[in-house]
Structures are given as C-alpha cells and as structure tokens.
Unconditional design. Structure first.
Length: 677
C-alpha cells in the first residue's frame, strides 16, 4: 500500500463520543380530564420556574449554548468577578488551577463576598443569595464597582446552576467561611471554618455538570491558560498565577506560570506579532485615563504583512463581535490619517476608508465604561453609544501626535493605505466592467490568494486546511507563482455523497472555480490554471484525514488531473531540532529519532520544537521546509495501472460501509510497501 493510501485509511468516520445535549425537563403527566380538554388554556397551564431552574432548562439563554465555548464561558464568568475586584483596587492577585478531575479553582485576595444575612432576605446569608438567585449582585450601581464585567447579577449563579459540584470559600474579617452547592442548590449550610490571619478574598471551585455539557466535555488547559494570560495583559495592576496538574501540562499550557505585564496591551501586541514582517516599524500604543475607571482606554496597533485582526475588550470582557468601541477606533484612525494627508498635501488620500487602514492591521483595544450595554448575556458585542465617543476622543489626539512625531513612519503608513485604496477602487472598477460586459469572465473564490502570473506553466496552487494555515502560507509563498486556497473545515467525503450534497458544498465549489478545468466528462486540461496542485495539511492524523478526503475528491471528480501528473502532497515537518548552529527538520517521530542518533551526537543543549500545525509555524520555517522550490519535498500522487482495483480500494476505504473499510485495513496492514496508489 502506498503512503497516499495510508492517508486514505485515515478517513474512517470519527468514533469520538459526542457531548450529550441537555434535554428539557419532562412535563408532569396530564390528568385524564386535562387530556380530554385538549386545546384548553387555563391558569394550570402556566408554569413557574423557581430559583435557578430557568438556567438549567435553557442554558443557551445565559451562556450561549452547551458546546465547548459555553463550557469555557463558565470560567470566564468566575474570573471576571475576581478581575472586577482587582480593577476596583481591592485585589492584587488571582490564582487559577485546573485539575485532572475536571475541577477549576479561581482564588483572589479581594474583599470576599459578604456572608452576613441580607437585609431584604435575612433568612439566608448574602453569599447564598448571590449563588442561588438570579440578578443578585453588587454591580447594578457604581457604589461597589465603578466599572465591572458582570452587570446582570447572573454570572456566578449561572455557574452554580450548571455545575454538579461547587464550593465557595470566603476569607473575610480574619474568618474563613465555606459552603457547597450542587446544580444550583446548597448541600451544606454556611460553615464557619475558623480564624485566618493572613488570608482574605474568595475561592470558587467548581465542576461542570455532565447532565448539561455531556460526559465527554472537559476544559482545555491551553484555552484556560490563554484566557488567564489575557486578563493580565488587560490590567497591569494584577498578578495572575496559573497552574494545572502535571498530566495536563503541555507546550501550550505549562504546569505553572505567573503573569504580570506592566506595559499591558503593548506587551500583548509584541508577543502577538513576533516573527511577522512589519509595514510600519513602530507600534502605535497608548492609554488614556486610569485603568478601571470610567472612560479609560488602552490600545496597541501594528501594521504587518500578516492577515491582521482586531481583539477588543470592555471592562476586561472579550467582545468577539466588536461593537461601538471598535467603531470609535476606526473613526479616530481614519480621520487622523486623512488629516495628516491634508497637512502633507497628499490628495490621493481623499478616497481612504477605514477598510484600507485596517487591512493587515493587528489591533488590541481595551475600554472601561460604567454600566456598559452588551448584546446578550454572553457579552460578545458592546452596544454602549458612549463608548464610540470615548474611544474616538482618546485615540484621535494620540494618533495625531504619533503621526507628527514620526514623519517617516507616518509617510510609510499613508503610502501603504493609499495603495490599499487604489487596489480597492481597481477591484470595484473591474467588477463594474464585468457586469457591463457580455463576455463571460472567470470567477474565482473570495478566499483564493492568486499568484500574479497568468500562465499555468510553473504556477502552483496550495490547498491548505483552515484560515490560520492559509494566513501563514500566504506570507511564506512566492506571490509570482504560488497561489493559496484555504479550506475551512473538512471537505465532504465525495465517495459516499450524492450529487446534490456535492453541489451544495461551498468548499468543493471554491476548488472547482479556482482550478477552472471542470470535472468528470467536462474536464479540460487546457483550462487548468495551475501546473501543480499541492495538498498541504498538518503533519498529524487529522491532517492526513483531510488529505485523504481531498485525494478522494480528485480521484473521483478529476481523475485526468492525477493522470496528467498535477497532484502532489506537501511534506511539512513535525519537528525542528537545533543544536548550536545546526538546525534540521524531522518529518515524524521516527525521523526525529534517526536525526538524534546520527546528526546530534555532540555536546551542547538540543532544542526540539514540535509544530502544532501549519498555522502555528513561523512563515519563514514554512517557506524553508514546505513551500520553497529549492528545499521542499513533494510526493506525487499517482493511480495504479489496475484502475478497477484502485476504484474498489477507494470505495472500500472511503465508502459508506465501515465494515468493508475495517476488513480492508486488516487484510492489507502488513503490506505497506508502495508509494503509488
């Protein structure tokens, strides 16, 4: 069996358990008389949900669903409460721990949640009120917190409702208190543990409920690590300490780490753009107002050759869908650069738009607003109109000073933005011509980064998995002869799909449009736009699966493309090994062991880096190892002479019958010798 066939074998449908979805509570059985009165509607039909039952019945209303994002939102709600204490000046340290038992623990040294009886409900403690009642909290006005991330009084109570075990410890007034809960209800009374002299603050330890998130759901150590680190970047006045059990530690999430960034978002940006080529050397970074107070703004902006992107926050809460604060930033930068163009008498800047300035722009923005308005409980988008004015006013003056202080950098930025505007206008004009012309023009998918040469001879198309890998490949490629088409997600397995399903697949449509040669009986060699079609996926099992699906597509839909010798597999390395001045790359574990035994035998520390994927690989390494014609290795995909036997093999490996695939693998596993399929 060939190496390409081995990739086909990875296409067996996943057998990973799926998280079970929460089922609505079963309504009580109706009485015979009620059943007889079908269609009636009376007071007895009105259901009143008590306590936190609404959260358990409809978790999506409070955390956006029951998927992995929603699961990690529980952690965000808890750490946001601790961050609010830090921003208010009452906590200087927050600790996060993830255990192999699935429990997350968040500890701060703030004031601690009050434990005395509440004036309006003296029968229970304030702690229990906060943990078991929706819309109970200290953030509805600005007395306890001038700015905060939690505004609705539902955050920690929602976490309590969706956890099968939650314990809160409060160290307050030199006394330690403890209470445990399960699925939103207290299982112990508030316990006075005893006196503590050197401790204060709140510790929350919780475990997500499998009835809500499924038995297979678990926290990602790497994701919690990143979320914890991001909080430290957003507020320099707090130190965050991360830890996880050794079994969970990895390159993406060490067992222990301490985060404290005096330079805030500037440090964040420098880490984010490390290794990227900058269009403008200097960062535009600054702040206005005291962090944590109403109207405070902090930003860090860099223009690079990468894809760019904006990350924004309000009161340290990530606003993934943007909002009014981002609108203020766009307005400030557009007006500022246009104003500078007028001073330098650059008339070409009259056509500038925010789109031209923010292309390839890496942006970090943090704003603090009193009682902000969000779109939805998950706070993914800021809706406060005041935020636009606050950010526009703060950033505009600073941007004017930055441009005036660095004329060379300002000139570079202006020239680059003008080029983007001219390119945008050219594209618009071409579209208008296309509409007006009766001549059929070639349509290309929007995500295709095409090469500049028009001849197919020598041109290459890299088909890569995901936007992140596509961004790296676009930076690493030779623009003249190499095009990049990123595919989002796994392509349809065409071996078992209907023509209707294939016609509805956007990924397949994008590939067919990019190649331009048609499929099956309509395949035209002369219309093929590229000489080499190179499948470039991660050097892991998942990447092999995607490569197998793509090869199946070409074998079934464009067999003549394979016959013409146009289809190849890229061979990205899995490891980078260096010692002293020597650096080599290993394809896999076996190759790494071979290099370690033969090439790295001298003295000195050996550094080994395992690439997590193409998107995580620095583009210089990707170019050197996988895309450069001078140094790369490609595998050409071929079809065996016995075409019928090959079709049977593909059908057994990629078809709709898993038992045939299982039998084939058992029969042929011992005969992996050929390279061709």
């Amino acid at each position: 069996m060939s190496q390409a066939e081995d990739l086909f074998g990875a296409a067996e449908p996943s057998t990973q358990p799926q998280a079970s979805q929460p089922q609505p509570a079963t309504p009580a059985a109706k009485t015979p008389s009620a059943a007889a009165a079908a269609g009636s509607y009376s007071a007895s039909d009105i259901e009143v949900l008590e306590g936190l039952e609404p959260v358990r019945r409809r978790p999506g209303m409070y955390i956006g669903g029951t998927d992995t994002n929603a699961l990690h939102h529980l952690f965000a709600e808890v750490i946001d409460n601790s961050m609010d204490e830090a921003i208010a000046g009452h906590a200087t340290r927050i600790e996060v721990h993830l255990g192999t038992d699935g429990y997350v623990t968040v500890t701060d040294n703030g004031r601690g949640i009050p434990v005395e009886p509440h004036p309006k409900q003296p029968e229970i403690s304030t702690l229990e009120l906060v943990l078991t009642k929706l819309h109970a909290g200290g953030k509805f006005d600005s007395k306890a917190y001038e700015t905060s991330g939690g505004l609705h009084g539902v955050g920690v109570s929602v976490v309590n409702a969706l956890s099968d075990d939650l314990t809160v410890e409060v160290a307050r007034d030199q006394m330690l208190y403890r209470q445990s809960y399960s699925r939103g209800k207290p299982v112990t009374a508030l316990e006075t543990v005893g006196r503590v002299n050197n401790r204060r603050g709140t510790t929350t330890r919780f475990h997500p409920d499998a009835q809500i998130f499924g038995d297979a759901a678990h926290f990602s150590a790497a994701r919690l690590f990143r979320m914890t680190r991001a909080k430290a970047y957003l507020f320099a006045g707090v130190e965050l300490r991360w830890s996880c059990d050794e079994e969970l530690a990895s390159d993406d999430a060490p067992a222990k780490a301490v985060f404290h960034y005096p330079n805030g978002l500037k440090d964040f940006m420098l880490a984010r753009i490390e290794g990227e080529t900058r269009i403008v050397d200097d960062l535009f970074a600054g702040s206005h107002g005291k962090p944590g107070t109403h109207g405070a703004v902090e930003w860090a902006i860099s223009w690079t050759l990468g894809d760019g992107g904006m990350s924004s926050y309000c009161n340290t809460v990530p606003t993934r869908d943007g909002g009014t604060h981002e609108a203020g930033l766009r307005t400030a930068l557009l007006r500022g650069l246009k104003g500078y163009a007028e001073l330098t008498k650059n008339k070409a800047a009259a056509n500038l738009t925010a789109e031209d300035i923010f292309a390839h722009c890496n942006t970090m923005l943090s704003v603090f607003v009193r009682e902000p308005e969000f779109v939805g409980q998950t706070k993914d988008k800021l809706a406060s109109g005041e935020a636009t004015r606050i950010v526009d006013s703060a950033v505009r003056d600073a941007f004017d000073h930055w441009l005036a202080a660095s004329p060379n950098q300002a000139g570079k930025l202006l020239d680059w933005a003008v080029e983007r505007a001219e390119e945008r206008l050219r594209r618009r004009k071409e579209k208008e011509i296309d509409r007006a012309s009766a001549t059929r023009k070639l349509r290309l998918p929007g995500k295709l980064a095409d090469c500049t040469q028009t001849a197919a001879q020598g041109a290459e198309l890299f088909i890569v998995e995901g936007d992140s890998a596509g961004g790296s490949a676009k930076q690493a490629r030779s623009r003249a002869s190499q095009a990049v088409l990123p595919l989002r997600g796994k392509i349809l397995n065409v071996a078992g799909a209907s023509r209707e399903k294939m016609a509805a697949s956007q990924l397949i449509s994008d590939m067919i449009q990019a190649l331009g040669c048609g499929t099956r009986d309509r395949y035209r060699e002369e219309d093929l736009r590229y000489d080499k079609i190179i499948i470039m996926t991660d050097a892991d099992v998942d990447g092999a699966h995607i490569a197998a699906l793509l090869m199946t597509f070409f074998f079934q839909e464009m067999p003549k493309l394979i016959d013409g010798g146009h289809l190849f597999l890229a061979m990205p390395p899995l490891y980078r090994i260096s010692q002293g001045g020597k650096t080599l790359y290993a394809r896999d574990d076996e190759h790494r062991a071979e290099l370690m035994a033969t090439e790295f035998t001298g003295k000195g520390k050996i550094d080994t880096t395992r690439f997590k994927g193409l998107g995580e690989m620095p583009f210089a390494h990707l170019r050197e190892t996988t895309m450069s014609v001078k140094s790369r290795t490609l595998l050409q995909v071929k079809v065996r002479d016995d075409l019928d036997a090959t079709r049977i093999s593909v059908d057994r490996l990629m078809g709709t019958k898993p038992e045939a695939r299982f039998d084939f693998i058992q029969e042929n596993a011992a005969f992996v010798t050929d390279l061709d399929i």
